[in-house]
Design a protein around this ligand. Sequence first.
Ligand SMILES: *Cc1c(COP(=O)(O)O)cnc(C)c1O
Length: 399
Amino acid sequence: MPGFELFGDKERKEVQDVLDSGVLMRYGFDGMRNGHWKTKQLEAALAERMQSRHVHVVSSGTAALTVALASAGVGAGDEVIMPTFTFVASFESILALGAVPILADIDETLTLSPPAVEKAIGPKTKAVMPVHMCGSMADLDTLKIICDRHGLLLLEDACQAIGGSYKGKPLGSIGDLGCFSFDYVKTITCGEGGAVITNNETYYQNAHAYSDHGHDHIGNDRGAEQHPFLGYNFRISEMNAAVGLAQLSRLDEFLSLQKRNYTILRDALSNIPEIVFRSVPEGGEENYSFLSFFLPSEELAQKAHKALGENGVDACFYWYNNNWHYYKKWEHLTNLKSLGKLPKEVRDALPDYAKANFSESDHWMGRTISCLIKLGWTEEEVGERAKRMVEAIKMTIGR
Ligand SMILES: *Cc1c(COP(=O)(O)O)cnc(C)c1O
């Protein structure tokens, strides 16, 4: 997945343009910037690639999620449904607005289970936030039907799945809003960065103002601009956007490398009948950033994960006991360990996750191994890796 592996001349050239003018800010300084508007160019290029009317680029993926929720009016006490398997950024962005994260089970897609979402809906639910983990997507048609029926917002977290698609549409462009991360380890990187995409004019207008202290961005005198509502600072710098602009132009090249490497590994593992691959909803195409599969039991998955490492296969993850990506280790959330006091709405309404039953999630996560797909591997290296993976797994299951 990591675009940083192929950082090169294109990235250096875009950054050099910014260094030459010294204008590191995305807004203003028209006369000094030699015509370079890297953030604006990145937004235009993303809008085209993602077939979305509006794009607003911000400082991180977490910022993008926060801005997306805020721009659609999510606030204190509103409930947002999110999966048990995701990065901590999901609940961080919800909590940042005083809203309440409501966890719901995942299924064999490793993303939000639609029946679990239906069960989690209550009078305070405002949004459903599927997370397209490890390169593949949730069942978006079904989630959309549920959201429409209940009048809820559908926000896609496509931070790990940029370039994937569902029924011909880019992931992120299907919900009311979609978010991407361009942090250092994502498929394309800005160093740090993120983006909100939407076809909704109001959400877009809210997003750009909210992420820049409420600036309405009308006219060309920042000091004289109006502030129609309270905002914050989630701006990206031109340096970071410049890197992203180069990386976005290489997205399709990165995706085809990922697909090639993924396919070699998958074909090799397909010969082991005990291995079942994560399920991809009909009409979906992954971005091939990870190869994820199930072992027959939790015990075998743990053993296989260990055997892979011992056999020289790095970058495989057993998410079930990972500190950052699975609810079981989120005791800072469960116990509300915050530096200062959290809003009353959160303290009063957060479910007791220590007592929650997410056995469906456990059933799938306990058996899942995900292997990162790197861009820099040669075909020969992937072939060797495939051989080592098959050896390690066959040894584990005694074949
Ligand atoms: C990386 C990531 C984020 C957060 O992105 P940052 O840019 O690191 O803030 C959010 N959600 C998911 C699923 C991610 O993988």
